[in-house]
Design a protein around this ligand. Structure first.
Ligand SMILES: Nc1ncnc2c1ncn2[C@@H]1O[C@H](COP(=O)(O)OP(=O)(O)OP(=O)(O)O)[C@@H](O)[C@H]1O
Length: 322
């Protein structure tokens, strides 16, 4: 596979990986990863702990060497072009080692120099957005504050590609929202964002596409709009009055509502896509409580396939060409 886009296929991808394998001793961490991230998209890299996300990312940055396979990042091979590449990439590691007694500002100034200079005002602006005090020594910072330093150093030089390993870990919900706003702005400015997570909700709103890695292999690649449109939620509704004998049937008759169970004043069911019809039907009665639980990651990805839409094996519902 080449680093350049094939004729007629559009611009070359920001990240292209094929047949990537990597073992640690006898333990095979990656068993043939194939992945293609388009320039300018936000791509979620999802998988449970130990699936191979960090290993893949470390190969992309040439922190570790692959055993076999082809890897191209912004059209370069990280093995031979690692130094040039690191200037164009903003990287947030999964585990940040911050042992210095120096203030966060000094650490960021050091990284800024390595990247050819970053306006101080820009660093200040990012720190203010994330509510990070740059005067405090990095060594004593909490996990969340270290994560903020990591995010500032990843974003501050406005890289062409952001590679973020579990970016929201340790951030409270308000800061997660701020981080997502930063991702959206970066995308609008043309940056490609590749971010890993073990939970779908973290990439749910931000990503254009997502892939699931499991046991060192990509098992599905999905368009997030399609995924969102058919997301199945489990709803639970409590009414002011007990439900009558015909009520469950009325809910079951809704197109996208399944597995309806009525018990006294309580109704539970599963809804694929928008809950609009369910909410409107429920609202004919007095609703005391309504809650929805998101299904787990794999269930969400595979409901579609389990309905017989695709064959087994590596499944790509995004049209094949990544
Ligand atoms: N330095 C190492 N030496 C030996 N085994 C390793 C090493 N790094 C990772 N592994 C193993 O390789 C597999 C993939 O690990 P990796 O860290 O890439 O997964 P991950 O998807 O990033 O998970 P997590 O979210 O837990 O970091 C795991 O089984 C892990 O135990």
């Amino acid at each position: 596979m080449t680093a350049v886009g094939r004729a007629g296929v559009g611009p070359s991808p920001a990240i292209e990986i094929s047949g990537l394998t990597k073992s640690y001793g006898r333990h095979r961490a990656l068993g043939g990863v194939d992945l293609r991230v388009r320039e300018g998209e936000v791509f979620g890299f999802l998988g449970p702990n130990g699936a191979g996300k960090t290993t893949t990312i470390r190969v992309l940055l040439d922190h570790i060497r692959r055993d076999a396979g082809e890897v191209s990042v912004l059209g370069r091979d990280p093995r031979t072009d690692g130094v040039a590449l690191r200037r164009e990439v903003g990287y947030l590691p999964g585990e940040l080692s911050m042992t210095s007694r120096r203030p966060a500002r000094d650490m960021l100034a050091f990284y800024a120099r390595l990247r050819g200079g970053v306006p101080r005002a820009h660093i200040d602006e990012l720190a203010a957005r994330l509510d990070l005090d740059l005067k405090r020594p990095v060594r004593g910072l909490s996990k969340g504050n270290k994560q903020k330093v990591g995010l500032v150093q990843a974003f501050m030089h406005r890289p062409r590609l952001l590679i973020l390993d579990e970016p929201t870990s340790g951030l409270d919900p308000l800061l997660q929202q701020e981080f997502l706003a930063m991702v959206r702005e970066a995308r609008e400015a043309g940056t490609t964002v590749f971010m890993s997570s073990h939970v779908l909700s973290e990439v749910h709103d931000a990503a254009d596409r997502a892939a699931i890695i499991r046991d060192g292999r990509i098992v599905a690649t999905e368009d997030m709009d399609a995924l969102r449109a058919r997301a199945v939620h489990e709803f639970s509704i409590r009414f002011a009055e007990p439900l009558g004998p015909g009520d469950a049937a009325e809910f079951s008759a809704l197109d996208n509502v399944r597995e309806v169970r009525a018990d006294g004043d309580q109704l539970t069911c599963r809804v694929e896509g928008s809950p609009d019809a369910l909410v409107k039907l429920a609202a004919r009665r007095t609703v005391l409580l309504l809650s929805a639980v998101e299904p787990d990651l794999e269930e969400l990805f595979f409901t579609h396939y389990n309905n017989g839409a695709q064959d087994a094996g590596t499944r790509d519902a995004s049209g094949g060409e990544g």
